[in-house]
Write a protein that binds this ligand. Structure first.
Ligand code: GLC
Length: 799
C-alpha cells in the first residue's frame, strides 16, 4: 500500500483520483478525475509498458525503437481491487496503482519494492509548441545505483548526475560533456540486489535526473510527446539488459571481416596513397581487413560521386585492394549539396524528398559541400529511394560497406548545430517537427543505408556504421563514439562509453583508436590499441591534420606492440564471433561491466575500468602514462593470468604488472577459449585447426563456440556449427564433453587443445571411451593435445 498519499499537486489534493478502471486482456486503463488515462500493458512476466494520456486522449501509437520481433507473452496475469488500490500480478511482479494519486509501485512477489513513483506522472502544457512537457518522478531507493544511457562520457554509475538526450555533433567533447551523439533513454537501477530497467521511449529532447537535484528522487521528462515507458524487472542485471535489447532488437551477424581491424583517416587519397597504405600493412605483416575513404573521395563532397582526379577508376582500385584482402568502406553524409548540376540533388528536389521548414521552403544548412538540403529519412519512400542510390556504389563500383556520418544531422555555423526546430518530417505518416524527429533522424538514415547495402551486397552480409543513433539503431548498424581526442582522459572515456553502450543494447561499438583530434604519442597509441582490440568494433581513425596514426607512425617498439595485439585480436576471432552470435541471438551484451558480471558484490558498483570481454575474459586497460603496472579489482571467482598462467583468487583489488607491452588480461577458470591462427585478414588462410585454450577448474563450467561460413545467410538455414562444451575438473582428471548442433562442416579436422593450469601430470587420455596412445595425441609431450573435432567425450586422466 502507498502510504504517503497526502501530496499537494498543483494546488489540488488528489487531482489524480481514479474514477474509472477497465481491463482489456493484457491492457489496463485507469482514468482520473482530471482526464489522465494510465494504460498499463503486460508484455511479458517481467516487462510492462506504462503510458499516460492527458485530456482523455492518447497519441497515435508509433515507435521507431521497438523491434518487430520483440518477444511477447506471459504465463500468469491476475488483477484485484481493494478499497485503496488496484493490483496487477504476473508470475514475477506485482503492480499497485493507488486510487487517490494514480501513483504506481512495483514490487516482487515477496513484497520487496523494485520501483515506486514519487509524484509519479505530472505535466505542464507547452504553450509555444503545443502538447505537454511530460514528467515522471520516482523514489530513489536506499543505496540505489544507475547505469546505461548510451554514450554518456561520464562515470559508469550515474548516481548523482543529470543527463539529457539530444543527438549532437560534439567535436572534441570532454569528460562529462552532455549530450553527445546518441540518444538512448534507457537506464538500469540497482538496489538491494534488485536490478530493473526503464526505457522512456520518447524521441523529444529528454532529461534524466538520478538523484542529482533531490537526493531521494530520480526523475525523467521530455519536451513533448507522451509519458511512455517500459519497465523491466531483473532481479539480475543481465535479464534487464537482455529484456531491453530484446524489445529494441539486435543486429544480424556481420560478415566476420567486420570484426577484424579497420584503418581509417580523414582522408586517405589519392589512389596511390591508399595503395601504399595497403601495401605497408602487408609488408609489415600487420593484420587489417578494411580501409576507409572519408569525404575527400567524393567530387566536391557530393555523396554518391567520385573525385576522378583522386580516384580515376574506383572499381579497379577496390578490386585490387580486395584481392589483397582489403574491404573498402566509404563515407556517405545526409547533406546533399544544393547544386542544379548534381543528379542526387535534382532527383530529391523533383520527388519532393527534402525536409521543409514550417512555412514551406526547403530546409537548408551548411555542411562540408556548402549549402545542403537534407532528405527526410523519416519518410519510408525517401528511405527506399536512398537505399537504391547505393546500387552504383555497391553493385557496380564494388564498395563493400558504408559509413554514415554527420547524421544528427550536423549543420555548421549555426548555434543549434542542427536543423531548425520547425523543420517538418513525415515520421512514417505522423507528421511532426524536428523537435520530435531530431533524435531519430540519423537512425532512419542509416536504416535506409543498411537496406540499400544489404540489397546490393547480397548474398553477402552488409556492414554499415553510423555516428548518430536513437534506441533500436543497433538492429541496422554498428557505431563509434565520435570525435574524441588523443588524450589519456579520452582513453578512459572510450572505455566507459563502450561498456555503457553495450549495457544500452548497442554492442557493436568502438572508439576512434588513438583519438580523432590531436595526436597521440606512441605510448598512448599502444595503450589504446591494447584496449581497442577488446572493443566489438576496432578501428583507428583520426582527423589526419595533426600527424599520422598508422601502426608504424611511431617507433618500432610501438609497431611491434600494435602488431602483437592485432594478432591477438585475429586469434580471438572465433571467440569474438561467438560473443556476437550470443548478442544477436540472446541479446547478451558483448562487454560486461563488473556490476553486470556480479551485482551482488558491492565493490563492483562503482568500478569503471575493468570489464568482461564476452563471458570469460577480464580486461583492465592501462590508462595512465609511464605505467609499469596498476591496481585493479578482480571479481569473485578464480582468474588465470593470460600471460603467465598464474591463478588469482578474485574478490579483491590487487597490483598487477603491466609494462608497455602488457595489458592486464585474465581468463576465468573453467573457460574454453577458441582461437584461429593469425591471419593478415579474414579468409586469408583456410583454418586447418581450431585451438582451444582450456583453463582447468575443479568443478563444472560450460562454454560455447559458434562458427559458420563467416559470410552470407546460409547460417539462417541451420548451416552453422555450434559446439557446447561441458568441462568437469576433478583432482586427478578433466572431462570435456562436446554437444554439437548445426550442419555447417568446419574446414578443420582437429582441435589443438592447450591445457592450462592442470594440477596433475597426464597419465592417460581417452577419447570417446577409447584410450589413445599419448604419443599420438600429445606429439610434443607437453600439455598440448591434438583431438579430432567430433569427439563427444575427452577424458584426461592424471598420474
Ligand atoms: C566528422 C566525423 C569524422 C570524419 C569527419 C570528416 O567529424 O566524426 O569521423 O572524419 O567528420 O568526414
Amino acid at each position: 500500500m502507498i502510504t504517503n498519499t497526502e501530496i499537494e499537486y498543483k494546488g489540488n489534493l488528489y487531482p489524480n483520483q481514479i474514477v474509472d478502471f477497465k481491463q482489456e486482456t493484457d491492457k489496463f486503463y485507469f482514468t482520473t478525475e482530471n482526464g489522465v488515462i494510465l494504460e498499463i500493458t503486460v508484455l511479458r512476466n517481467s516487462a510492462i509498458r506504462f503510458r499516460y494520456a492527458t485530456d482523455y486522449r492518447f497519441q497515435p501509437d508509433f515507435s521507431y525503437a521497438i523491434s518487430p520481433t520483440a518477444s511477447k507473452g506471459y504465463n500468469q496475469l491476475e488483477s484485484e481491487e481493494t478499497s485503496t488500490e488496484y493490483l496487477i500480478r504476473t508470475s514475477k511482479i506485482q503492480i499497485l496503482v493507488d486510487k487517490k494519486s494514480l501513483r504506481v509501485q512495483i514490487s516482487d512477489l515477496e513484497g520487496n519494492i523494485i520501483n515506486e513513483d514519487e509524484s509519479g506522472f505530472h505535466w505542464e502544457e507547452n504553450h509555444e509548441h503545443g502538447g505537454n512537457n511530460v514528467k515522471m518522478s520516482k523514489i530513489t531507493q536506499t543505496g540505489e545505483s544507475y547505469y546505461g544511457m548510451g554514450d554518456k562520457a561520464t562515470h559508469t554509475n550515474l548516481k548523482g548526475k543529470r543527463v539529457s538526450n539530444w543527438v549532437t555533433d560534439q567535436y572534441a567533447y570532454t569528460k562529462d560533456q552532455d549530450p553527445l551523439y546518441k540518444a538512448i533513454p534507457f537506464y538500469i537501477g540497482l538496489h538491494n540486489n534488485i536490478a530493473y530497467g526503464i526505457f522512456f521511449d520518447n524521441t523529444f529532447h529528454t532529461c534524466f535526473d538520478f538523484s542529482h537535484e533531490r537526493r531521494h528522487v530520480t526523475s525523467f521528462w521530455a519536451d513533448g510527446g507522451e509519458m511512455n515507458y517500459y519497465f523491466f524487472y531483473g532481479p539480475d542485471m543481465g535479464r534487464v539488459v537482455r529484456a531491453y535489447t530484446d524489445l529494441t532488437g539486435t543486429p544480424e551477424l556481420p560478415p566476420l571481416w567486420a570484426l577484424g581491424f579497420h584503418q581509417s583517416k580523414w582522408s586517405y587519397y589519392p589512389e596511390s596513397r591508399v595503395k601504399k597504405l595497403a601495401k605497408k600493412f602487408r609488408d609489415l605483416k600487420i593484420p587489417c581487413d578494411a580501409i576507409y575513404l572519408d569525404i575527400d573521395y567524393m567530387d566536391g563532397f557530393r555523396c554518391f560521386t567520385w573525385d576522378k582526379k583522386k580516384f580515376p577508376d574506383p572499381k579497379r582500385m577496390i578490386d585490387e585492394l580486395y584481392k589483397d584482402g582489403f574491404k573498402t568502406v566509404v563515407m556517405i553524409d545526409p547533406g546533399i549539396k544544393v547544386d542544379r548540376n548534381y543528379w542526387v540533388y535534382n532527383e530529391a528536389l523533383e520527388k519532393d524528398y527534402f525536409c521543409k521548414r514550417a512555412d514551406g521552403p526547403i530546409m537548408q544548412g551548411k555542411v562540408w559541400p556548402g549549402e545542403c538540403s537534407f532528405p527526410d529519412f523519416t519518410n519510408p519512400e525517401v528511405r527506399k529511394w536512398w537505399a537504391e542510390l547505393y546500387k552504383e556504389l555497391i553493385a557496380e563500383t564494388g564498395v563493400h560497406a558504408v559509413w554514415n556520418d554527420m547524421n544528427e544531422p550536423a549543420v555548421m555555423e549555426v548555434p543549434s548545430k542542427t536543423a531548425p526546430l520547425d523543420t517538418r518530417h513525415d515520421y512514417d505518416g505522423h507528421p511532426c517537427s524536428h523537435r520530435k524527429a531530431h533524435n531519430v533522424y540519423g537512425t532512419q538514415m542509416v536504416r535506409a543505408t543498411y537496406e540499400g547495402v544489404k540489397k546490393y551486397v547480397y548474398p553477402k552480409r552488409p556492414f554499415v556504421i553510423t555516428r548518430a543513433a536513437y534506441a533500436g539503431a543497433q538492429r541496422f548498424t554498428s557505431t563509434w563514439t565520435g570525435d574524441n581526442v588523443a588524450t589519456w582522459e579520452h582513453l578512459w572515456i572510450a572505455n566507459v562509453q563502450v561498456q555503457r553502450m553495450c549495457m544500452s543494447g548497442m554492442s557493436f561499438v568502438g572508439s576512434d583508436i588513438g583519438g580523432f583530434a590531436e595526436q597521440p604519442n606512441g605510448e598512448l597509441f599502444a595503450r589504446w590499441i591494447q584496449l581497442g582490440i577488446f572493443h566489438p568494433f576496432c578501428r583507428v581513425h583520426s582527423s589526419g591534420d595533426h600527424g599520422d596514426q598508422e601502426p608504424w607512425s611511431f617507433d618500432k617498439e610501438v609497431t611491434d606492440i600494435v602488431r602483437d595485439y592485432l594478432e591477438l585480436r585475429y586469434q580471438l576471432l572465433p571467440y569474438l564471433y561467438t560473443m556476437f552470435w550470443r548478442y544477436s541471438e540472446d541479446n547478451v551484451p558483448m562487454l560486461k561491466p563488473l556490476v553486470y558480471y556480479d551485482q551482488e558484490d558491492p565493490q563492483t558498483h562503482f568500478r569503471t575500468d575493468e570489464f568482461i570481454f564476452g563471458e570469460e575474459i577480464l580486461v583492465c586497460p592501462v590508462q595512465e602514462p609511464n605505467a609499469k603496472g596498476r591496481r585493479m579489482y578482480f571479481p569473485r571467482g578464480k582468474w588465470y593470468d593470460y600471460w603467465s598462467g598464474e591463478l588469482i583468487e578474485g574478490g579483491m583489488e590487487k597490483w598487477v604488472l603491466a609494462d608497455i607491452d602488457r595489458i592486464p588480461l585474465y581468463v576465468r577458470e573453467g573457460a574454453i577459449i577458441p582461437k584461429y591462427p593469425v591471419q593478415q585478414y579474414v579468409g586469408e588462410k583456410e583454418i586447418t585447426e581450431l585451438t582451444l585454450d582450456i583453463y582447468y577448474k575443479e568443478g563444472v563450467e560450460k562454454s560455447t563456440v559458434y562458427e559458420d561460413a563467416q559470410e552470407g545467410y546460409d547460417y539462417t538455414k541451420g548451416y552453422y556449427s555450434l559446439r557446447n562444451f561441458k568441462l568437469n575438473g576433478k583432482e586427478k582428471e578433466l572431462i570435456i564433453q562436446q554437444f554439437k548442433n548445426g550442419t555447417y562442416i568446419t574446414p578443420y579436422e582437429h582441435f589443438r587443445i592447450n591445457l592450462i593450469g592442470l594440477p596433475f601430470a597426464i597419465k592417460a587420455i581417452e577419447v570417446d571411451n577409447v584410450e589413445v596412445p599419448l604419443k599420438q595425441v600429445k606429439p610434443n609431450g607437453d600439455n598440448t593435445i591434438m583431438v579430432h573435432k567430433d569427439f563427444t567425450e575427452l577424458h584426461i586422466i592424471g598420474a
